[in-house]
Ligand binder design. Structure first.
Ligand SMILES: O=C(O)C1=C[C@@H](OP(=O)(O)O)[C@@H](O)[C@H](O)C1
Ligand SMILES: C=C(OP(=O)(O)O)C(=O)O
Length: 426
């Protein structure tokens, strides 16, 4: 297996122009495909998750032109749902932002489709979404284990109506239903069962739908109303914000061993909840400056903090390795759904943090991290989880090297991550 050893880095500083947001790239591609008109997308993310969405659109007959650098894309919208005459099988890797929204859109389209993915995708639940769509009479069956992909979808025109969606495991199920609801025949009313997780991702969905001409009303993320029989309308040009989750590694590096690092492509008005990772760093003691199109962090003494990170589950992983450099313990709370992402992230984080010397308590939905006096060199297993690889690069900001196993797994969202990280070392 390929490994990458990072030598100790004494200081970091510089500027990073962020690659486009994964969450926005895959949403915009799907909305642009369904919309009336042409959408000219710039700063599209070039990564595995986005390739899976693009490949799906190709298979479904959507016409688009991708630039040679793969960060510009002109999408010719269908002006409605998909319609494909032949049965298809589509491989969606481990991309939640492709699998979940496409399941809903395809269930309401005239298609006969099998959705497959990587082995880990078959362990990531999708039952709450399928249950919701079945309330509209969608025909979806499980090909292997109940509640998990692979799925067979006999798509057909669906009417909107009343639905209940369990929101306690993933917000992506609600995102999926919200995006298809305006295209259904008749209005939809959604009741959320349980407490909705990862709420800021719903704000991304609603903001993007709004830019495509569709409004949704909701009451405190508990009930959602969407008028049916609508069409999405292309907004014309679309600049994808920088990826706020990807920004977290650079901002944390500055907080630990800056110098200052400025990330550009996101700023104080960004739609992604993960920009609030910078607030968590500030609460730990880092100096944070915000602009319209940048966030800049400068090193200061970091102290451990105890917080609920349900709203920013991806960036919260970066807090776990930043905690190795803080004074006192750090507690990351209310992140049960880490267990159903690229790997069981609570277990993986606990195991790998212990390898570098931290004392870790792994709860059902939390992690308590007590930093060691001295970090140890370790070979870090990454579990085919891009964020494990990127988070543990921060260990090199000590006087100990760190070895990252399978560093190429960052391709899911950030293929050039280690080159960009290395450029910041002084
Ligand atoms: O909607 C999205 O773009 C995402 C929502 C989050 O998932 P959950 O809602 O499952 O927490 C996040 O972890 C994922 O990386 C992207
Ligand atoms: C959970 C993640 O991905 P997905 O979109 O596949 O859910 C992630 O990127 O951390």
């Amino acid at each position: 297996m390929k490994t990458l050893t990072l030598n100790p880095i004494a200081k970091v500083a510089g500027e990073v122009h962020l690659p486009g947001s994964k969450s926005i790239s895959n949403r915009v591609l799907l909305l642009a495909a369904l919309a009336e008109g042409t959408t000219f997308i710039t700063n599209l993310l070039d990564s595995d998750d986005v390739k899976h969405m693009l490949n799906a659109l190709t298979a479904l007959g959507v016409s688009y032109k991708l630039s040679a650098c793969r960060t510009k894309c002109e999408v010719h919208g269908l002006g409605g749902l998909f319609n494909h005459p032949h049965a298809l099988t589509m491989f969606l890797g481990n991309a939640g932002t492709a699998m979940r929204p496409l399941t809903a859109a395809l269930a309401a389209s005239k298609v006969d489709i099998t959705l497959t993915g990587e082995p880990r995708m078959y362990e990531r639940p999708i039952g709450h979404l399928v249950d919701a769509l079945r309330q509209l009479n969608a025909e979806i069956s499980y090909l292997d284990n109940d509640g998990f992909p692979p799925l067979r979808i006999h798509g057909k025109a669906l009417s909107g109506g009343k639905m209940q969606i369990d929101g306690s495991i993933s917000s992506q199920f609600l995102t999926a239903v919200l995006m298809v609801a305006p295209l259904l025949d008749g209005d939809s009313e959604i009741d959320i069962i349980g407490e909705l997780v990862s709420k800021p991702y719903i704000d991304i969905t609603l903001a993007l739908m709004q830019r495509f001409g569709v409004s949704v009303t909701h009451h405190d993320y508990k009930t959602f109303s969407i008028a049916g029989n609508q069409l999405y309308k292309s907004p014309g040009h679309w600049l994808v914000e920088g990826d706020a989750s990807s920004a977290s590694y650079f901002l944390a590096a500055a907080a630990i061993k800056g110098g200052s690092i400025k990330v550009t492509g996101i700023g104080k008005h960004a739609v992604q909840g993960d920009i609030h990772f910078a607030d968590a760093l500030a609460a730990m003691g880092a100096d944070v400056a915000w602009g319209d199109d940048y966030i800049m962090v400068t090193r200061n003494q970091l102290n451990g903090i105890d917080r609920d990170y349900n709203a920013i589950p991806d960036a919260a992983m970066t807090i776990a390795t930043t905690a190795l450099f803080a004074k006192g313990p750090t507690v990351i709370r209310n992140v049960y759904n880490w267990r159903v992402k690229e790997t069981d992230r609570l277990a993986a984080m606990a195991t790998e943090l212990r390898k570098v010397g931290a004392e870790v308590e792994e709860g059902h939905d939390y992690l308590k991290i007590v930093p060691p006096a001295q970090l140890k060199h370790a070979s870090i297993a990454t579990y085919n989880d891009h964020r494990m690889a990127m988070c543990f690069s921060l260990v090199a900001l000590s006087d100990t090297p760190v070895t990252i196993e399978d560093p190429d797994c960052t391709a899911k969202t950030f293929p050039g991550y280690f080159d960009t990280f290395a450029r910041l070392a002084l």
